[in-house]
Ligand binder design. Structure first.
Ligand code: ZN
Length: 566
């Protein structure tokens, strides 16, 4: 039955349903989320385009599958018995649920070609991984097969993922000439297993890698900027160009040309040469790894360039879909990093941009073309509001200080919390209280003069009398007094101020201000109660705190301090 006829489509539909049921029946255990492996390729490779000998044998298999479609993918009515299982989830996604498997995904699953491999060895091992940003050591097994379709990391490209039988492959790396598969369950040596490939991840890597070849070639051919290394990131990739700067106009031109090439649908060929000497001089290379022997692989974008490379590639530039150059930034050693996206990543990025744009439209109550103006207006308005709030808060601090100063007698300590307050609020309050301490004491200058001189006559303290004369009466009155003073009416101890600002039950700031003795004793205690970090010097202890809910407890501690010191 020819595909496209009515009966053909129905038959295919039935096959897809059968395939789905077959997969559901096989998926008795979840496919599992692959932990994000530690990116061992974090440092830029010295020879990003180098051909590594290990890949030659393996890549002949991989190239077959790197045709722009899933390995051996067909869209005809293959019987469910010949179904190859679906790819594993990509690292950023969780388990693939069979119920959410779309028809297009199923089309990829229907693969008549089954890749099998024999387990040569399986040894206990551990792997450094990063799960949700946390470093973890994953215990498992290192498996070597007689052949593999899973690309081991190398040449700037991360490894493939997939399954060996029903066991997920967490990482594939190169150990000498072996591709080592890290799995979390033991496999039986000598057993022949079906290999399955995470096709979404493979296709993404093929697009980014072949796209990199194309951008590198055009940047060099058109502007003479050679690529010195490249980085295939989880989200965005970049090439490092050997130039201190690149103009926006040049970036725009490179982008236009590479997309022209994609539209022209140039084939991408892979050739394997028996030895380096047989490779034409026109092939681009920056050298082979030390000690390389044997065949060398050359990837050619027809009409563009040839390049020694071990990575996985598309078979035609049209499979790249589109290339978007994002931005350039200063790199290391006078070089420039040019960031880019290829194919599916462009669509994903665009989808993210559109989603954000829609949210902005709803928030700003204006269309995308007005977004910049609307945000600019909001920022200016916010700046003005903040300024007004600052002024009001300062006025409030002055009023609060007045309220305290009117109290008679003055308390030994005073606690004030203001949710909306800030550092300025607390400082203004402290200044207002401190600067007018003589007024708080409600002493007239005459009263004070009388007291001072009476005291001096009584004690004949010539030294203190000279000090008073030098400082003037106001200066004297603002100085903390020491020594015995039996007359309580003239006690000059300042009020201990305990000020807090911030969320009633959350984070904020605290200041303890007053005599250095209670401040130094109470500051660290109160700070600890409020779960803060801070320090004190002289009359002031200040801290950033994370739990203002314990304010009452802190106030009680201050109260106890003064009760016990009475
Ligand atoms: Zn390459």
């Amino acid at each position: 039955m020819q595909p496209g006829t009515r009966k053909g489509r129905t038959s295919r539909h039935l096959d897809l349903l059968l395939a789905l049921r077959w997969i559901q029946s096989r998926c008795t255990q979840p496919l599992g989320t692959l932990p994000q492996t530690k990116t061992r390729y974090k440092a830029l490779p010295k020879f990003p385009e180098a051909v590594l000998p290990v890949t030659i044998g393996l890549m002949n298999r991989i190239v077959v599958s790197a045709s722009g479609e899933a390995p051996g993918c067909v869209s005809s009515s293959s019987p469910p018995s010949s179904v190859t299982e679906v790819s594993s989830p990509s690292p950023s996604t969780s388990t693939i649920s069979s119920s959410s498997t779309s028809s297009s995904a199923l089309a990829k699953i229907l693969c008549p070609e089954i890749f099998t491999a024999k387990v040569l060895s399986c040894k206990e091992a551990s792997l450094k991984t990063v799960v949700n940003g946390k470093k973890e050591l994953l215990n498992g097994f290192e498996v070597i097969l007689d052949d593999t379709i899973l690309f081991p990391e190398g040449g700037g490209q991360p490894c493939d993922r997939g399954f060996l039988g029903s066991v997920p492959v967490v990482q594939v790396s190169r150990h000498g000439t072996d591709a080592v598969h890290f799995v979390t369950e033991p496999l039986v040596e000598g057993e022949t297993l079906r290999q399955m490939l995470d096709w979404d991840r493979r296709l993404d890597h093929m697009q980014q890698h072949s796209g990199q070849h194309l951008v590198t070639a055009i940047a060099d051919l058109e502007f003479g900027y050679p690529t010195t290394s490249w980085w295939l990131g989880e989200e965005v990739s970049y090439i490092e160009l050997d130039t201190p700067t690149i103009k926006q106009e040049e970036i725009t031109n490179i982008e236009r040309i590479v997309n022209d090439k994609i539209r022209a649908s140039s084939p991408v060929d892979v050739q394997v040469f028996g030895e380096v000497g047989l490779i034409p001089e026109t092939v681009r290379t920056r050298g082979l790894p030390d000690g390389h022997k044997g065949p060398v692989r050359v990837v050619t974008i027809q009409g563009v360039e040839s390049n020694m490379c071990c990575g996985t590639h598309v078979s035609n530039l049209c499979q790249l879909q589109v290339i978007k150059l994002l931005h350039a930034e200063k790199g290391k050693k006078n070089k420039t990093n040019l960031h880019f996206l290829v194919g599916g990543r462009v669509l994903k990025h665009l989808a993210g941009c559109l989603e954000r744009e829609q949210k902005f439209t709803a928030l700003l109550k204006g269309g995308p073309t007005d977004h910049v103006n609307l945000v600019d207006k909001l920022q200016k308005s916010l700046k003005l509001t903040n300024k007004n709030v600052q002024t009001v808060l300062k006025d409030l601090a002055v009023l609060e200080a007045e309220k305290l100063k009117r109290r008679d007698p003055l308390p030994k300590y005073y606690c004030l919390h203001r949710k909306e307050g800030d550092t300025d609020f607390m400082n203004v309050f402290i200044n207002e209280v401190s600067n007018q301490r003589p007024a708080m004491e409600k002493r007239s200058v005459l009263e004070m003069l009388f007291r001072v001189y009476a005291a001096e006559i009584w004690t004949l303290n010539v030294r203190e009398a000279k000090k008073v004369e030098a400082m003037g009466i106001n200066g004297y009155m603002t100085q903390p007094q020491t020594g015995n003073d039996d007359d309580d009416d003239y006690e000059l101890d300042p009020v201990l101020l305990f000020l807090t600002v911030g969320e009633d039950k959350g984070a904020g700031q605290m200041v303890l201000y007053g005599d250095s003795q209670p401040v130094s004793q109470l500051g660290p205690k109160v700070c600890e109660m409020l779960k803060g970090k801070g320090a004190g010097k002289g009359p002031k202890f200040q801290a950033k705190v994370s739990n203002l809910e314990n304010r009452a407890q802190a106030e009680h501690t201050i109260e106890q301090y003064f009760n016990s010191s009475n």
